[in-house]
Write a protein that binds this ligand. Sequence first.
Ligand code: COA
Length: 332
Amino acid sequence: MKTKRYNAVITGLGMYVPEKILDNAFFERIVDTTDEWIRTRTGIRERRILEKGATSDLAAKAAEDLLKTKNMSPDDIEVIIVATVTPDMFFPATACLVQNTIGAKNAWGFDLSAACSGFLFAYQTACSLVESGTYKNVMVIGADKMSSIVDYTDRNNCILFGDAAAAILIERTEDNLYGHRGSLLKIDGSGHDALYMKGGGSLNPPSHETVDKKMHYLYQDGKAVFKVAVRGMADISYEIMKKNNLTPDDIAYLVPHQANMRIIDATAERMGLSKDKVMINIDKYGNTTAATIPLCLVEYHREGKVKKGDKIILAAFGAGYTWGASYLIWGM
Ligand code: COA
C-alpha cells in the first residue's frame, strides 16, 4: 500500500538554552559527589537552568529562533507538535501556549509525551503528516524544563538533567534525494516503574502526602535503566542501519539522545562508527530529555559540520520504556 505522496525534509532549525550554568562544582557543594565522578560516569560538565518561566517559554524562544533564521512568518506554520514531559501544566497543551506566544494564528497542534524519545516520536509523526500530503509543514519542538521535576537532594539524578528547547521545521518536497527515510519505534510499558514521576496525575492526585513522599519529582533506578538503554539504543540503531543497507562508511552522523556518554559510546561501537561521526553535546547541557537530539542537529549545522546529502541516524531511549531510531538524508 502506497501511503507516501511526498517526501518530508527538515528545512528549518532553532534552539534556546537558558543563560544560567550549573557546573559540576555546584553539585559538589550541594550533594555528596565529585566533578570526577560525574565526568567519568556520565560525560557531563555543565547544564543550563531556566530561573524564571516555564517550558513553553523555552519552546517559544526556540520556535522564534527558527522563524528568524528562516525568515518565515508564524502565519505560515500549519502544525506545532511539542514533545515534553514537563508541560507548563496538564492542560492546555504547551503547543497551545507556544502557538499563542509566537502568533502562529493558522496552526493547530498538540503535545506528545514519550520522555527522552519524545522528539523522535514527534519527528516521525510530523513526517507522516507531511508525507501523506495532509499538511505542507509541521514544526516539531523538543522542550523540557527538567529542573522543575528534579530533586536537588538526590545525587543519583540531580546531576544528570538540564533545561533546553530546540525546534525543527519539516516541509514537503517532491525531490526524492533528501529527507526522511523511515523509523523503527518501540514502547514497552513493563519498564514503567524504573523511571517515572508518580505524583500529580490521576493515580496519585496532589496532596500533602504526595508532596511529603517526594512524588512530584522524577524517580529513576539508574542502574536498571542503564542496562536496558544500552541494549535498546544500540540494537535499534544497528537494526535501522541493516534495514537500509547502510555500512558505517555510508553514515555521516549518529545523533544519539544525550543521557550518558557511556550509552552513546556503546551505541556507536555496535554500529561500527568512529567518534567523529557521533554528535555530542552532553558535556555542555546534560540530559535535556526531548531537546537533546534537535539541539545537537542545530549546533552541528550552525558549526558547518553537516552538509546536504549526509546520511544521518537519530536514536533515543527513554522512560516508558520508549525507544527508536530514524534514518534521514540531510537536505539543507
Ligand atoms: N556522585 C557520586 N556517587 C554517586 C552519584 C553521584 N552523583 N550517584 C550515584 N553514586 C554512587 C551510587 O550510590 C553507587 O554507590 P554504591 O556502589 O555505594 O551503592 C555508585 O555510585 C554506583 O552507582 P551506579 O548506579 O551503579 O552508577 P552508574 O555507573 O550506573 O551511573 C547513572 C549512574 C545514573 C549515571 C547511570 O546509571 C545512568 O546513566 N543510567 C541511565 C540514565 C538514562 O539513560 N536514562 C534514560 C533516559 S532519561
